[in-house]
Structures are given as C-alpha cells and as structure tokens.
Design a protein around this ligand. Structure first.
Ligand SMILES: CC(C)(COP(=O)(O)OP(=O)(O)OC[C@H]1O[C@@H](n2cnc3c(N)ncnc32)[C@H](O[C@H]2O[C@H](COP(=O)(O)OP(=O)(O)OP(=O)(O)O)[C@@H](O)[C@H]2O)[C@@H]1O)[C@@H](O)C(=O)NCCC(=O)NCCS
Ligand SMILES: Nc1ncnc2[nH]cnc12
Length: 285
C-alpha cells in the first residue's frame, strides 16, 4: 500500500507542477494580450521576449512541485516564502536577471500549496480561495505591512494605497475565482474556442484589477486608460463581436505605443488557466 500511495503522490505532484508550467506557457502564447509578450511580439517590453518566458517557466517546474508538496505537509507561510524566494533566484538565473514571473511565483505558488493542502485532506472540490485565506492570509498581510523594500510593487502599493499581489492573495484571488474562471467557462460553454475564452477572461480581469505594473509604469492615468479600454472592449460585445480580433489587436498596438504592460493581469490569467486545468469540469479549456 505504501508503494501505491507514494506512486500516487509522485504522479499527482508531477500533474500539478506540469499544470502550473503549462498555464504560464499558455498565458505567454495567448495573442492578442494588450501590451504583453507573446510569440507574436514583445509587447511593451525591451527586456524580454517569448524565449525569456519559456526559459523562466521551465526553470520553475521543480518549484511548483516543491511548493505543492509543502502544502501537503501543511507548511507555514515562512516555509512557502523560503521556497518562493529561492524560486525567484532560479528564475533570475534562467532569464539573466529579467523579472518575468516574480508575481506568478507568488500567485501560482500559493495556489499550488493550497491544492496540496486540499489533497492531503482528501478534499477533491475544496474551496482553494478559502484555504489560502485561512492558512496564510494573516501572514501575507503581516508581510505586506512589514515590507520596506523598494520593489516597484511595494512603492506603488504605498503611493496609490492598492493591495497588489499580496492583497489579491490575502483576499483569496477574487480576480481568478470570481472573474477570470467564470468568464473562461461562460465563453467555452457559449461555443467559443480556447483563444476567445482566454482573451475574454484576460480582458475581464484587466477591467477590474488594480495592476501595480500599470501603476508603476503609467500611474493612475495609465491604469484608468487600460481598465477603460478593457471595459469598452467587453461592452461592445467582447469576443462575440464580429470584428473582435481586430479590435483586440488595435488595443494591443495602442498599449505598446503607450508602453502599458498589465503583467499582474497576465499572472492572474495564468492562475485562472491553472485552476481550470485541474478542475474536472473545465479541464478542456
Ligand atoms: C509578494 C511579492 C509578489 C510582492 O512583490 P512586489 O513587492 O513587487 O509587489 P506587487 O507589485 O504587488 O507584485 C509584484 C508582481 O505581481 C504581479 N501583480 C501586479 N499587480 C498584481 C495584482 N493586483 N494582483 C496579483 N498580481 C499582481 C506582477 O507580476 C508580473 O509582472 C512582472 C513582469 O512585468 P514587468 O512590467 O516587467 O515588471 P517589472 O520588471 O517590475 O517592471 P519594468 O521594469 O519591466 O517596468 C512579473 O513579476 C510578473 O509576475 C507584479 O510585478 C513578492 O515580492 C514577494 O514577496 N516574493 C517573496 C516570495 C514569497 O513571499 N512567496 C510566498 C509564497 S509563494
Ligand atoms: N506575457 C507577459 N508579458 C509581460 N509581462 C508579463 N508578466 C506575466 N506575463 C507576462
């Protein structure tokens, strides 16, 4: 029995880690994704391209396995943080110092750990958002209150009084579970293909998110412009509009011209794809 249990554990760990890496890959590949890197172009970035992201996400495969297993052992936030910081170093080695997935390491890492905790408790349809809140929410808020770093995000969160990645996590990833995922499922159920479902999900997240990348690069006006663009795209029919692809590509070009880069929305799209892949009813999207 022990052999079977250990084999199941190993296979599940591999499944979760592969799903996390695949979600980051599918996010990067999605086009158009206003201002962001894809295989088509580098968006609003001079310092990174598709290959940078592929090196980065591949370098994180062991991290996602490790943090899932930490979750199965009911690890505390201090242990998760140690794994996350080590993963950031691994990412930077893979990208020659470019920050491709620092937020994704945090966002997807916590969701992998929550999944591990749910699996260990044999809860197949666990409320992962609630597990994140209950298990590590207080520590995430404490870490945020003690953060005196000069990271782009921390400076922006203080200046604009927004929650950033930590605020999103401590609230149980509402932009994933209440916006990204329902939108992805709705478009799929309406007959939309994967690209349409993922684009609509991305625009829905961007329309609502206080993305610190946008605030860092373009201030409150930049965030407002990006969110208004997404709201207009959705109000004019989103991916159900006949010319949606041309409109989405035009918005991408305008974001590039303005150097806007909603990296936080991209991370939460990846988190949405990760949850969808591991949730039986949405595994096909
Ligand atoms: C917890 C941290 C992630 C906090 O990081 P930071 O202090 O920087 O604060 P945030 O801005 O709040 O978050 C950083 C990244 O998170 C993404 N993000 C932004 N807004 C949100 C949001 N509202 N909700 C969720 N996630 C959000 C975003 O990451 C992506 O964009 C980055 C790439 O884009 P780019 O424009 O290139 O970014 P820069 O290089 O900074 O700017 P340029 O110079 O290019 O203009 C990339 O990171 C994507 O992932 C934000 O950037 C983290 O600092 C932390 O504490 N980590 C330690 C490990 C840990 O605590 N782990 C716990 C368990 S895993
Ligand atoms: N595809 C992407 N382009 C730019 N920044 C990102 N952050 C996360 N995904 C990204």
């Amino acid at each position: 029995m022990a052999l079977i249990a250990s084999t199941v554990y190993r296979l599940r760990t591999q499944q979760v880690a592969r799903a996390a890496v695949r979600a980051l890959y599918d996010e990067m590949c999605l086009y158009p994704k206003p201002g962001l890197v894809s295989k088509t172009d580098n968006g609003s970035h001079d310092d990174m391209q598709a290959a940078t992201f592929i090196k980065s996400l591949f370098s994180l495969r062991h991290y996602f396995a490790a943090i899932y297993q930490a979750g199965t052992r009911d690890a505390d936030f201090a242990e998760l943080t140690r794994l996350g910081i080590a993963a950031e170093a691994t990412m930077l080695r893979a990208t020659a110092g470019v920050n491709t997935h620092r937020g994704a390491i945090f966002n997807l890492g916590l969701l992998c750990a929550a999944l591990g905790k749910a699996d260990a408790a044999a809860l197949p349809n666990a409320d992962l958002a609630q597990i994140v809140i209950d298990s590590w929410g207080a520590d995430i808020k404490l870490a945020d209150s003690k953060d005196m770093s000069s990271s782009h995000g921390n400076l922006v969160c203080r200046k604009y009084a927004v929650g950033g990645a930590r605020g999103e996590a401590a609230a149980g990833f509402p932009h994933v579970f209440k916006i990204g995922l329902p939108t992805l499922v709705a478009i799929h159920q309406a007959g939309g293909n994967a690209v349409a479902a993922r684009c609509q999900s991305f625009f829905a997240i961007m329309a609502a998110l206080e993305d610190t990348n946008l605030l860092h690069r373009a201030g409150a006006d930049g965030l407002h412009y990006a969110r208004t663009s997404a709201i207009s795209f959705l109000a004019e029919g989103g991916v159900f509009a006949a010319n949606w692809l041309q409109r989405a590509k035009h918005i991408h070009q305008v974001f590039v011209a303005r150097r806007l880069s909603p990296g936080g929305s991209a991370d939460l799209l990846a988190a949405t794809l990760f949850i969808a892949a591991l949730t039986e009813r949405t595994a096909v999207i």
